[in-house]
Design a protein around this ligand. Structure first.
Ligand code: ZN
Length: 142
């Protein structure tokens, strides 16, 4: 599944599929790394969570109030850290298998992946600075 990602530098809209292993999506016009937001699914979950940068999976649902708080925070983080993190939003109503696989009991739950493996989890809504700190920690892991 492809995403439309807007370049922060030149505002070009880029149609992006999952890039080759270890690469991040860049703007076709100016080469800048793109804020990497993706709607994940059960079918593509393994591929969605494999990236050369930390991946934050947001298990959410449209009816969940705290999820609606987390959504914009995650979008801001994608904008703040282009080429440094991938945000994958998984609607648990439409995709029940992936949250079951990771023992998700309630939403929002954020599961963080490094090199395709789940390494950290945050249950419930959190403030942006805490989330940024946890992502930086993942980036610093060798
Ligand atoms: Zn660009």
């Amino acid at each position: 599944m492809s995403d439309i990602l807007t370049c922060q530098k030149c505002e070009t809209k880029n149609r992006v599929t999952n890039p080759p292993a270890g690469q991040v999506p860049v703007c076709a016009r100016c080469g800048a790394p793109l804020p990497w937001l993706h709607d994940g699914t059960d079918a593509s979950f393994a591929e969605d969570t494999r990236a050369g940068v930390p991946v934050i999976v947001d298990f959410w649902a449209p009816w969940c109030g705290p999820c609606r708080v987390m959504g914009p925070i995650l979008e801001q983080i994608a904008q703040d850290m282009p080429g440094k993190v991938r945000i994958v939003k998984v609607n648990v109503d439409e995709n029940p298998r992936s949250p079951a696989q990771f023992g998700v009991q309630g939403i929002p739950t954020l599961v963080m992946f490094k090199d395709g493996e789940a390494v950290d989890q945050i249950v419930g809504a959190v403030q942006k600075p805490l989330l940024v700190e946890r992502i930086r920690h993942l980036q610093n892991l060798a």
